[in-house]
Each structure stands twice: as C-alpha cells, then as structure tokens.
Design a protein around this ligand. Structure first.
Ligand code: AMP
Length: 547
C-alpha cells in the first residue's frame, strides 16, 4: 500500500522559492570581482535567476543542456546557478585552478553550450577558445561599463543578458531525479571525471547539512563559504543557506588572510567554511595584527586533514568552534562532521582535541564501513584501518558519460552499492572516523603502514613550520621510509634537528622521518590539497641518509 502524502518533487528551484517567500529580505553580500561590496537579497536573487532562466530559454537552451560557469563565489554566480538549474539545464562549475588543457578537456567532455565567466578568467578562456568551439556563447559576469575587449565568441555582459527581460517566468517542471549540476573531480586517476548531481540529491544533501549536528545554519546565521562553488557546490552551502534563510557572504576573488578577515568581521559572519590552507592564511594575518573574531561561532574545516594545532588555535585562542569535516566531490560533498556526542562536552580538553582531530561522524544519508584488501568488513574499534566505503542517496553511482565504470558497465559501486572512497580510515565504536591516508599515499615500511597524515599533523605544530608533507621514498631494506618535506614560516630558521626533536615522543618511533627536506613551496592541487604525486616525482631520486 502506498502512502497518501503529496507528491512534492525535491527540486532545487523549490529552495530559492522558499527563500524568496519567507526570507526575501535576507541579504546576500558579495565582494564583487569589480571591487566594491554589493548587497542584494534572496528576493532579488530569485527575480534575477528567473530572468536568467527566461533569457536562456529564449536562446534555445533546454532541459539537459550543459552550461559552464568559471566563476568565484558571488551573487551573480548564484543567479546564473539557479537560473540554469531552474530550466532543467545542467550547471557545470569549472575549477579555474585546473591546467588550461584540463579545462579544455572538461568543457569539451561536458559539451558546454554556454559559459558564464568572471572577468578574472576571460584571458584564460581566450587562450583556449579555439580548442573549445563547442561553446556557442560567453556571458561575462559583469555590466556594460566593465565589459572588456574580448575575442570570446558572442560575448555578452550578464547585465545585458537579463537587462530587457522581466522575471515573469515559471520554473520548468521535471522529475526530481533530473540532473542539476556537474562537477569534475581530479581526485581519480586519468582524466578528470564528472560527478552529476541530481535535483533530489542536492535537496536531500542540503537538508542533511542543515541538521543540528552538521553545519546547522539557521535564519539568524550569516554564513560565508570561502570554499568555492566550483568545489562541490561550496560544500552544499549554496543550497543549505537559502533553504533556511541564512544570510550569505560571498568573498569573490579575494581569498587572502586580510580580505577574508575583513568580511568575517564587517559582515558579522557566524559560520564559515574552507580548506586548511585558507585558514592558515587567516590565522597568520590575525596573529600578526593581534585581531579577534567576536562574531564567528563555527568554522568548518575539511578538504584535507585539519592539524590539531589549528583546531587548538581556533578554539582556545579565538573561541571559535571547529567542525572538522570530511567528504568528496562524489559525495555532494559532505560525508562526516566532528560534532560531539553526549558527554563529550565535559571531557578534558586534551581528550576533546583527540575527538576533534578525527574527521567526524557520518551524517544521516551517509552509510560508512571499512574493509580489508579482500573486501571483508573490518571492526569499528578505532584501531583496525582499511578501505573506507560509503553509500547513500547523495553519493555518485557513476561518473558522467560512464567514465571509469567497473567491468564494462558505467557503475562505480560494488554489487551492494558501496563506493570505494580511495581513503584509508579507522572507525571507532562511537562512529567517529579517522583518515590515515589516501590509499595511494600510504607509506609501506617493512610490511607495515605509516600514516603520512598523522606525521604531517604533528610536524605542522612545530614552531617555525608553515606546511609539512610526508612522502615515502624508496629504501633498500624497508621498501619505503618517510621523508618529511617542510616549508618554513617567513623569517623562521627551524632546523632538521629541531623538527625531529619536536616529533620525538609524539609519534611512534618507527614512524620518525628518515630525513627532513626544506623547500620554498609545496605544490597544491586545484582543490588545495598537497600534491603528493608531484612531490614523489620531485623526490624520486632522493637518497635518504639511512639508505
Ligand atoms: P575532493 O573530491 O577534491 O573534495 O577530494 C576528496 C578527498 O579529499 C577525500 O577522499 C580525502 O582524501 C580528502 N579529504 C577531504 N576532507 C578531508 C579531511 N578532513 N581529512 C583528510 N582528508 C580529507
């Protein structure tokens, strides 16, 4: 027997309609790419998104067409985003930090008919325009006054696209399983692969992210996603915030410490989210200038492991709660978040820090387990570590166009629906998960595994160390041994001996790096993670003193 409730499709436009009806006055504040701070509201965003939808329809864009965006977090990007999805076209967010050849590859692979592009990235697209002739029209996210001279095909200013159009438009009706947006991940091997979110998966994910134990933003909150919209929907905040009427602050192109601080402070941001490298820049700026953040309540940190020293600084020095989170583009992207369970508020800080340093608990809609190399389930005892497997309604079961499918199918999950995250992790009896490594980054020494993340987390707490990366280097006796690679803080002269002394007693003896190398820069991926592949290549012929 079926239930007799209303069939209310879970589609993204419902989110913006709700924001317009019940939070129309709530602000969306942007540091515009042109410079000034621009203030708008959900009512205005709703109206202008409908204009985008109407303009696209007039230009022949239809259900299922892909439209690219190469843009920072801004109000205009949000309008393009909802306008595209509102007619059942697919919003393909392009990561500008990818190599130009990769951008050309994904634009062609996605067959983007139009691209909405920020002024910043016009030169980048001009360089590859000949390789991406699938694109029929470029919409520059600006107004007439700021329109650049450009060779881009049929270029038009965003404000001109919607200038003479009214907002009398009804969102197109379609099934909730219709594709909504597309985000390529370069986390896998080979070419970047497209993760194709559906309207339903986005709505369910937004509801889960709004849970009290998750990000839990409320209408009274002001949330600034520093994490870009091209990094998995700005971690779902672009859907979660309008659905509860939280004010949004969009940082535009400026993600440096002083610019991020300024917005957090002047806009009285209560919740923010980004990768650890962004917070490192903010903390350095705050420490150098003796600044505080009286309004900020929570900072969500993920994308790569958050070092305990960073958690301690936020919590103890600045009284900001850290929510350590883990996820993947394939997971919409949030999988776990480290909010306390009952009783943990009363634990001593040293114990709390241990909990907070883990990647957190699965939120509802995410199932999680760990398995050994043969696919056998491992115990959730906090000790056994294995391949982290996930499944749920906002987790990919295939990549766009069936790339990377298993056994000649398009499926990327096993017969029971589990997706292998490529991460190695432990799960404790209370459900807290801790990543020890990416499977391809673990260091295999004498048949045992050394967690590069654990060593990095400790090393980065050493005074004078700005960034720490650990890779395995070939060793005649042990197969591989860890090499610690460090970028010093400006003006620091920290030595190998000082770093090794600092590590002593904080990690297992046999995990101690065999050597420490100092470099000026550590390569980061397009989503701000340490690029271990490049580092391993760079240190391929490195001779360890112990070899
Ligand atoms: P992406 O799809 O670019 O978001 O990358 C996903 C990968 O980033 C995961 O599979 C992890 O390897 C890594 N990652 C994300 N969050 C964390 C975290 N909190 N700690 C450690 N690794 C993380």
């Amino acid at each position: 027997m079926l239930g007799s409730m209303q069939d209310w499709p879970l589609v993204v436009p419902q989110i913006l309609d709700h924001a317009m009806r019940f939070h129309g006055e709530r602000e969306v504040v942007t540091r515009s790419v042109e410079g000034p701070i621009v203030r708008t509201t959900y009512a205005q965003i709703h109206s202008r998104s409908r204009k985008v939808a109407k303009a696209l329809t007039r230009r022949g864009i239809k259900l299922g067409d892909r439209i690219g965006t190469l843009a920072w977090n801004t109000g205009r990007h949000l309008e393009a985003w909802y306008g595209i999805m509102g007619i059942g076209a697919i919003c393909h967010t392009i990561n500008p930090r990818l190599f130009p050849e990769q951008i050309a590859y994904i634009v062609n692979h996605a067959e983007d008919r139009m691209i909405f592009v920020d002024l910043t990235f016009v030169p980048l697209l001009e360089k590859i325009a000949k390789q991406i002739d699938v694109v029929e029209t470029y919409v520059i996210l600006t107004d007439k006054a700021h329109m650049p001279q450009t060779s881009l095909k049929n270029a038009i200013a965003f404000e001109d696209l919607i200038g003479n159009i009214d907002d009398d438009f009804n969102w197109v009706k379609f099934d909730e399983n219709t594709a909504a947006d597309l985000c390529y991940t370069s986390g896998t091997t080979g070419n970047p692969k497209g993760v194709l979110y559906s309207h339903r998966s986005n709505v369910l994910h937004a509801l889960a992210v709004n849970g009290g134990d998750c990000v839990g933003a409320k209408s009274t909150d002001t949330l600034m996603p520093v994490v870009p919209m091209f990094h998995a929907n700005a971690w779902a905040t672009t859907f979660a915030c309008p659905s509860v009427g939280a004010k949004m602050v969009m940082p535009g192109a400026k993600l440096d410490g002083p610019s991020v601080y300024e917005l957090l402070d002047t806009e009285k941001v209560t919740i923010t989210a980004a990768v650890p490298t962004v917070w490192q820049m903010l903390l350095t700026h705050m420490e150098a200038n003796n600044l505080k953040l009286p309004y900020l309540k929570k900072v969500m940190i993920g994308g790569s492991a958050c070092p305990p020293s960073m958690i301690e600084t936020f919590e103890k020095k600045y009284e900001v709660e850290v929510m350590h989170a883990w996820g993947m583009t394939e997971m919409s992207p949030v999988g776990t978040i480290g909010s306390f369970k009952s009783g943990m508020e009363d634990m001593p800080w040293s114990e709390q820090l241990k909990v907070k340093s883990k990647q957190g608990r699965a939120m509802f809609t995410v199932e999680m387990k760990i398995t050994d190399d043969n696919g056998k389930d491992l115990p959730h005892d906090g000790k056994a570590f294995g391949h982290l497997m996930v499944r749920g309604p906002a987790i990919a079961r295939a990549y766009f166009k069936g790339e990377g499918g298993r056994h000649g199918t398009d499926s990327i999950v096993d017969k029971d629906g589990w997706f292998d995250t490529g991460d190695i992790a432990t799960l404790d009896p209370l459900g807290f998960m801790q990543i020890t490594d990416r499977a391809k980054d673990v260091i295999k020494s004498g048949g045992e595994w050394i967690s590069s993340i654990d060593v990095e987390n400790v090393a980065v707490g050493c005074p004078g160390v700005a960034i720490a990366a650990v890779i395995g280097v070939a060793h005649p006796k042990w197969d591989e041994r860890p090499l610690l690679i460090i970028v010093r803080k400006p003006d620091s002269k920290v030595t190998k001996e000082e770093v090794l002394k600092y590590l002593e007693g904080k990690i297992a003896k046999w995990w101690m790096p065999d050597d420490v190398a100092f470099v000026n820069e550590i390569p980061l991926t397009a989503t701000g993670k340490i690029q271990k592949v490049t580092l391993r290549e760079q240190f391929k012929t490195y001779k360890l003193p112990t070899a």
